[in-house]
Design a protein around this ligand. Structure first.
Ligand SMILES: O=P(O)(O)OP(=O)(O)OP(=O)(O)OC[C@H]1O[C@@H](n2cnc3c(O)ncnc32)[C@H](O)[C@@H]1O
Ligand SMILES: [Ca+2]
Length: 498
């Protein structure tokens, strides 16, 4: 047959092949475009921030890190490192302010090591001081200014971007604690409820939550707009009701009542909140060296602090530090402070966690918690020390008092009941990060929580993977189809030739 007479059809010229080829090319372009948008940038760059929590009992340095491109997304900031400053809190340096700044050196040197050097100049560093410094300012403003100057001077000597050292207010402390726990729990962009925050420090305690009732006092109300949602928060900080100050208040009241009963100076303070067999010599000024109480002058400078180990008597004595008589609102917690009914789940951190975790009381109901605590408080001091040789004696001796104080504060003070006791979660960390006010403080000061919801990536990661997989499968099928079609056409053409 004459070859010229046969028209060999080029299969690439068939409309169906052209169509399939076009689909494949468009598909590849879409896949490349999506992976570029989804994975931008390919190399994660991290940014850092440092917050110093200058608490009444001690100072901690927190280093946070977050991917530079995703700083406005909830839950992206995580705690990279913490360092506990040696010694007591900065308010204890009132007689030696230089010591306050010097105390930060080791932890700040550590921060220099932990953060890549090229990021140092852009890394903000903030210091927030809480109740210990609020009390010092009340007692001696000049001394508190000197301590703040000293820590500011010290922080400025590091290569970071110094952003200030100040005493934060109780409202800020409560509100930023709430932001931290809800940011870390990724509650802020979801329609689900939020987590209330309970913080028990050494010198103050905070309660913050979204209430169902109206907030009757202006001072206790805070409004936020975060990621496009409005939050109307109740918050209160009780100065002098952290566990160290509450112990002083309670001992001061007992010394007063012993004095009244005996009409002679007490040489012995019989305390139901300490274990039987506990006997410690204390000085009177050591109890009254706080602006939280009126000073009581006693002829004796020292007294014996003797333990009785009686939980119910201990609770009776602690109730005396809460004034529940006067309430100028429809309802109060204590000391005439307005509080709506507690509502929703709560995260209870700092000393709430340290104490309840040590005593294994984080997951019992209220009745069992009381029973276990009563048994613990009546355990002889000698046995307690034998059982826990590695725990600091100061902490060990005070767990019975502290846990009884926690129960009384939560039940009589904040009005939790046996029904909603299970809504309190005693927590230290959420993920890698500590619960506390510092993260919320930094997020706020760096504007990392926008008022309106930021743009998100094109689709969630799971959706992206599924999409790419199915699309690749489709393209493979189309390629096979083209291949077989091409082969069949060629064979037909060859047969035609033969
Ligand atoms: O918030 P403020 O009131 O300024 O105080 P703070 O920030 O220094 O308070 P913390 O939460 O660090 O600690 C609260 C209390 O818990 C105590 N504490 C810390 N670690 C503890 C542990 O392991 N066991 C028992 N108590 C602990 C500490 O001495 C304080 O009295
Ligand atoms: Ca604190």
């Amino acid at each position: 047959m004459d070859e010229q007479g046969v028209k060999v059809k080029n299969p690439w010229h068939r409309p169906v092949v052209i169509f399939l080829a076009a689909v494949i090319i468009v598909g590849i372009i879409i896949m490349v475009a999506i992976s570029v948008v989804q994975n931008k940038p390919l190399h994660q760059k991290y940014k850092y921030g440092i917050v110093l929590d200058a608490g009444s009992s001690h100072t901690s340095v927190f280093i946070y890190e977050w991917p530079a491109e995703k700083e406005n997304n909830t839950g992206m900031v995580r705690q990279k490192h913490t360092c506990n400053v040696q010694g007591k809190g900065i308010s204890s340096y009132s007689a030696n302010p230089q010591g306050a700044g010097a105390s930060l050196q080791l932890c700040m040197e550590e921060a220099k090591q932990k953060i890549p050097a090229h990021r140092h100049p852009e890394t903000p560093v903030y210091l927030g001081a809480t109740a210990g410094m609020r009390l010092l300012r009340m007692e001696n403003e000049e001394a508190s200014d000197k301590v703040l100057d000293s820590v500011a001077h010290s922080l400025k000597s590091y290569p970071f971007s110094y952003q200030g050292a100040r005493i934060i207010s109780g409202q800020e402390e409560g509100a930023f604690g709430w932001i931290t726990v809800n940011y870390l729990s990724k509650n802020l962009r979801k329609p689900t409820g939020t987590l209330g925050a309970l913080d028990l420090g050494g010198a103050s305690t905070q309660i913050t939550f979204v209430p169902q009732q109206n907030i009757e006092s202006y001072d206790n109300s805070i409004d936020f707009r975060l990621y496009g949602n409005d939050y109307h928060l109740y918050t209160h900080s009780f100065l002098c009701y952290g566990q160290d100050q509450a112990l002083k208040l309670s001992m001061g009241k007992k010394l007063e009542s012993t004095l009244k009963a005996d009409e002679t100076d007490p040489t012995e303070l019989r305390d139901p909140c300490f274990h039987p067999g506990y006997n410690f010599t204390r000085t009177v000024p050591n109890v009254f060296n706080t602006p939280c109480m009126k000073e009581m002058k006693l002829a004796n400078e020292t007294f014996f602090h003797v333990g009785l180990g009686n939980w119910s008597q201990c609770q009776q004595s602690i109730r005396k530090v809460f004034n529940t008589i006067n309430c100028p609102y429809s309802r109060c917690s204590f000391n005439g402070v307005f509080q709506p009914s507690v509502y929703g789940d709560f995260g209870a951190f700092s000393a709430f966690f340290f104490v309840m975790d040590f005593l294994n009381l984080t997951s019992d109901n209220l009745a069992t918690t009381k029973q276990k605590l009563a048994a613990y408080c009546s355990t002889p001091w000698k046995k307690i020390v034998e059982n826990h040789p590695n725990i600091k004696e100061k902490y060990l001796s005070e767990y019975c008092f502290s846990a009884t104080y926690i129960l009384t504060l939560l039940e009589d003070g904040y009005k939790f009941t046996s029904n909603n006791w299970k809504d309190i979660r005693f927590i230290k960390k959420i993920g890698d990060s500590d619960a506390g006010w510092t993260l919320g403080y930094m997020l706020n000061l760096t504007n990392m929580i926008p008022a309106e919801a930021p743009d998100t990536s094109l689709m969630p990661y799971g959706g992206y993977v599924t999409f790419m997989f199915l699309f690749s499968l489709l393209i493979l099928v189309l390629l096979l189809l083209v291949y077989f079609y091409f082969r069949r056409s060629t064979r037909t053409a060859q047969k035609d030739i033969i």
